[in-house]
Design a protein around this ligand. Structure first.
Ligand code: XMP
Length: 512
């Protein structure tokens, strides 16, 4: 395994991800507890992350001496490079002008990290983000690449198997970065690369057992892949100490509630409380048209219902959540200051304190596509594994204006037709999210010589990698007209269909 010593970079988890992609198990330990993790793990190699501090300051974190003296292969990245150089006898200067963003490095010499990849005298794109820089190498090191702002962009000490780079190989803007990291773990550390999600599953199960003991765990299911995978993993670890609660507010897509119930009760035999709270939600939404008011009402009502159900089953010691790594980073503000609320996102935040529960979040270090791999590993049917994201407030934020049961039913039908056509055309997996929106606008039409006066349905489909930015999916006209015809013919209440051509930004993916 590889131990990743975290000096506080925003992207340390990406290092772990790249190491996983190279088929090697890794653990991240904050620098303060790295020595203990090192003794426990007995790793075959060390990666030192970047970080916001400066090694030129007294307070800048240091590499634990036991790790430095271990004789193991090491790779320092950014701050990790500077810490290595300084602690091994080189020199680092606080810079007044750093390098941020895209940079090109010149390859000056061969290096095992470049095997099969980079050659002498070539130039390659990397991603830099540093203010300080190494100004004198520690004894034993030779420079193998340089950039205008970092004369020692990559340095090597082959005898001690210590390598260090100023740029960030873990980010996608260093196009060959994952291969550099792979070369380190395979060729420098000599790891075979046979670790898989199956191993992750085993490790997590042990961790969950250790955390939970004989405590009780409650898990809210949303119908989405994250909470389903978290629940399956936890159930495998602790069996019936887990109870799942599925709050059905009547704002889910066609057939979704039935799928969740039959999967958990039927297929997996996991205890599941299915709360049909449609009346409560729809009554509360009556007359509500403001998007934020809808979101706040739904978020609060979910928590109320969930809490009441948790009390009914005698409470729980732990709340399980399918939190992913991007959810963790997004909740950390880069500036430390408040950011503007575009939309109040819905989750069960606040509940753990209210009910005095601790959190179990087994997916915290994974990215969405890794959760999908884990879901497949756990035997989760493809229809769940590959499902498009669906917002907590559900159809309520896809019905601008007042939300009623009747309008939810109309939208469910149109949405199901749209998704069926997308699947039939083989486009589902190429799209991040596709859904129908029911507008509070009526227009005049003519069907079979009769005048109609019905609602407009808008179709949305976007591509995205993380939901933060998105582009519209460019369907061909024949596809769109087929969907429009089917919706108008088959769904009473809709007589016009339009396509939303707005990217994000300036639009958001959901309409409210
Ligand atoms: P927006 O509409 O902000 O959406 O561009 C970005 C992504 O987040 C999803 N979304 C939500 N997910 N609770 C969620 O769990 C919410 O309240 C929520 N609002 C939006 C949206 O579907 C898209 O994938």
């Amino acid at each position: 395994s590889i131990l990743i010593v975290d000096f506080g970079s925003q992207v340390t988890q990406l290092i772990a991800r790249r190491v996983r992609e190279a088929g090697v198990y890794s653990e991240i330990a904050p620098f303060g507890s790295a020595e203990a993790a090192f003794q426990r793990m007995q790793p075959k190699g060390i990666i030192l992350s970047g970080g916001p501090a400066s090694v030129t300051e007294e307070s800048g974190p240091r590499i634990p001496q036991a790790i430095l003296d271990s004789g193991l292969p090491m790779l320092g990245i950014c701050y990790g490079q500077q810490a290595l150089m300084q602690q091994l006898g080189g020199e680092v200067q606080a810079g007044d002008a750093g390098e941020f963003g895209r940079a090109f490095i010149a390859i000056e010499d061969t290096c095992v990290l470049f095997n099969g990849l980079w050659h002498k005298e070539e130039s390659h794109q990397v991603w830099m983000s540093h203010g300080d820089k190494v100004t004198r190498l520690a004894p034993g090191f030779r420079p193998v690449a340089s950039s205008p702002g970092a004369p020692f962009a990559v340095v090597a000490d082959d005898e001690r198997r210590i390598y260090a780079m100023q740029f960030h190989p873990e980010v996608v803007h260093t196009p060959d970065g994952s291969k550099l990291l792979k070369n380190f773990v395979r060729h420098v550390c000599g790891l075979s690369g046979d670790w898989t999600m199956a191993e992750f599953r085993k490790t997590k199960i042990e961790e969950i057992r250790a955390q939970v003991g004989d405590g009780k765990v409650i898990c809210g299911l949303s119908g989405g892949v994250d909470s389903a995978v978290a629940a399956l993993l936890i159930h495998e670890a602790i069996g019936d100490q887990l109870t799942c609660v599925f709050v059905d507010g009547g704002i889910l897509r066609m057939g979704e509630a039935e799928q969740v119930v039959s999967l958990f009760r039927g297929h997996y035999n996991i205890p599941l409380v299915h709360v049909d709270a449609a009346t409560l939600f729809l009554n509360g939404l009556a007359g509500v048209t403001d998007p934020e008011a809808k979101r706040k009402f739904i978020g609060k009502t979910f928590i109320d219902v969930f809490e009441a159900e948790a009390k009914k089953i005698g409470g729980a010691d732990f709340l399980a959540q399918g939190t992913l790594y991007p959810d963790v980073i997004e909740s950390v503000s880069f500036t430390g200051g408040p950011s503007v609320t575009i939309k109040s996102h819905h989750n069960v935040g606040g509940l753990p304190e209210r009910m005095n529960m601790k959190l179990v979040e087994p997916l915290r270090e994974l990215f969405k596509d890794e959760v999908r791999v884990l879901g497949r590993e756990l035997g989760l049917p493809e229809i769940f594994v590959g499902r498009h994201p669906f917002p907590g407030p559900g159809l309520a934020i896809r019905i601008p204006g007042e939300v009623t049961k009747e309008r939810c039913d109309i939208l469910r039908k149109a949405d199901a037709i749209y998704l069926e056509e997308i699947r039939n055309a083989g486009l589902y997996d190429a799209i991040w999210q596709a859904f129908a929106v029911l507008l509070p606008v009526k227009t005049v039409g003519v069907m079979g010589d009769h005048r109609t006066y019905d609602s407009v349905c808008a179709l949305r489909a976007v591509t995205s990698t993380d939901g933060m930015t998105a582009d519209i999916y460019p369907f061909d006209a024949a596809f769109l007209s087929r969907v429009a015809t089917r919706i108008i013919n088959e769904v009473k209440g809709i007589n016009r269909v339009v396509y939303d051509f707005t990217s994000k930004p300036p639009g958001t993916i959901e309409w409210e």
